[in-house]
Write a protein that binds this ligand. Structure first.
Ligand SMILES: Nc1nc2c(ncn2[C@@H]2O[C@H](COP(=O)(O)OP(=O)(O)OP(=O)(O)O)[C@@H](O)[C@H]2O)c(=O)[nH]1
Ligand SMILES: [Mg+2]
Length: 421
């Protein structure tokens, strides 16, 4: 049966730049062991997957100048308690109340940010990786810490000056102390309010990240740089990634959607992987590994045997072997791309020596891994077959997801929640 493909509206497909950092995604393979007392056989109980989507729930952060402006305006409107006849008393009461109001108007939004920006440790590992790789190591926590330090300083200085003002002996002194306190708080906010603006920028960056739904089957395109991943994403889904003839065109995770026979599927495009150790990988490659490590995606692995992409077939073979070994438990489909350019003679780079080829590598140069489908985006060779195979793969993934959620419901009944923490 050939699936009918209908393209739906493009959603959340913005790719984003990744800054430098030293984070390496590590697959969390540790699972709590539940010992069956009766036969004493340890049974691995999979930890329930925490949900993704925390970035969409981040609070809106106001620019620091707006927070200050609005707080000053509101504080100035505060008047002295009614019925105080003595001028000095009335003035110091007004001054103390205004400083207290100013302090509160500034501290409340800052406290709200602190409470509503999630602790990184409680996030889904995928979102944790995104934070590390896009914002840089520890930057998220650092900015939140600075916002909280600012809040504490405003509170402490506000209280100190409100109390000084309340002790004033004359109207003039009360006015001066109010002025002093206000200036001091303004100074602090002006010099340290940058943290709030940085937090606003962080929230904006995180909110713009592609939304992944763990319940929706997802296909992830993986392969060396420039092999034609994005071209296939464009053909298979609503995602419209940039396509260029140079490596690392794709600079972020991009999400497209496929609607096949009334069922929605997700497709993610990822940056290319080079032949090197994890420690040497750039953050773009680490993003790809984070997707494979933390998201239950099916993999469409793309091989370019034409020599066009810049990574030799033997290097692609080595990258492939490593990735397959690490992530081979994902549902998997191999494609050989740019079929229109492939000739019968396998391509050899100057740096390669075919005499040292194993029989497996020699076969790889000609046809790719066992069962790989040859396709061409240019001539549409193999594309109908690819769509059928992708559909089958995603339907299989859908049934795995459904089975998984049934098991999880059962587990929740019998296993105390504490065991997972
Ligand atoms: N002749 C031919 N060229 C192709 C085909 N598919 C992709 N290309 C070209 O290969 C180049 C790289 O394609 P992309 O789709 O950007 O490759 P990518 O793997 O996403 O690249 P990165 O994002 O940089 O890793 C572009 O110039 C494409 O036009 C194909 O089937 N035939
Ligand atoms: Mg690309």
């Amino acid at each position: 049966m050939r699936p009918s493909v209908c393209f739906c509206k493009q959603m959340q497909t913005t790719a984003y730049e990744v800054v430098n950092g030293s984070y390496v995604p590590i697959r969390d393979t540790k699972q709590p062991i539940n010992v069956n007392v009766k036969d004493e056989v340890p049974v691995a109980v999979p930890a329930p997957l925490e949900g993704v989507g925390a970035f969409q729930k981040l609070p809106m952060v106001m620019p620091s100048v707006d927070i200050l402006f609005s707080a000053l305006k509101k504080a100035r409107r505060v008047s002295a308690t009614k019925g105080i006849a003595n001028i000095a008393k009335r003035e110091r009461n007004r001054g103390a109340k205004q400083l207290d109001a100013l302090m509160k108007e500034l501290a409340v939004p800052l406290r709200m940010y602190k409470e509503n920006f999630p602790n990184k440790k409680t996030l889904h590992p995928y979102e944790r990786s995104l934070i590390e790789l896009t914002l840089g190591d520890g930057n998220y926590e650092e900015v939140l810490r600075r916002v909280d330090t600012l809040r504490k300083r405003v509170v402490s200085v506000g209280k100190e000056h409100a109390s000084l003002c309340a002790k004033s002996l004359t109207k003039r002194e009360a006015e001066e102390r109010l002025d002093e306190g206000r200036k001091k708080i303004e100074e602090i906010f002006n010099s340290e309010g940058k943290a709030v603006d940085e937090l606003m920028h962080i929230a904006k960056t995180l909110r713009a990240m592609p939304v992944v739904d763990l319940e929706t089957p997802t296909l992830c395109l993986v392969g060396a740089p420039n092999v034609g991943k994005s071209s296939l994403v464009r053909l298979l889904s609503t995602g419209k990634p940039e396509i260029c003839n140079y490596p690392f065109t794709t600079r972020g995770i991009l999400m497209g959607h496929i609607n096949l026979s009334f069922q929605n599927f997700q497709v993610t495009d990822t940056p290319g992987l080079l032949r090197r150790h994890d420690e040497d990988r750039n953050n773009l490659e680490k993003l790809t590994l984070a997707v494979l490590s933390h998201l239950p995606t099916a993999v469409l692995y793309v091989h370019d045997l034409t020599g066009e992409c810049g990574t030799s077939p033997s290097d692609q073979y080595i990258i492939y072997k490593e990735i397959k070994e690490r992530f081979g438990d994902h549902l998997w489909l191999d494609v050989v791309s740019k079929g229109d350019l492939l000739t019968d003679t396998p391509v050899l780079f100057i740096t390669e020596d075919s005499n040292s080829d194993t029989s497996e590598l020699a076969k790889y140069r000609r046809v790719g891994p066992d069962g790989a489908l040859r396709v061409s985006v240019m001539t549409k060779m193999g594309i109908d077959e690819l769509k059928t195979r992708v559909h089958e793969l995603l339907i299989t993934q859908l049934s795995i997801i459904k089975d998984g959620s049934t098991e999880e419901v059962e587990e929740k009944v019998v296993v105390p929640k504490k065991q997972f923490h």
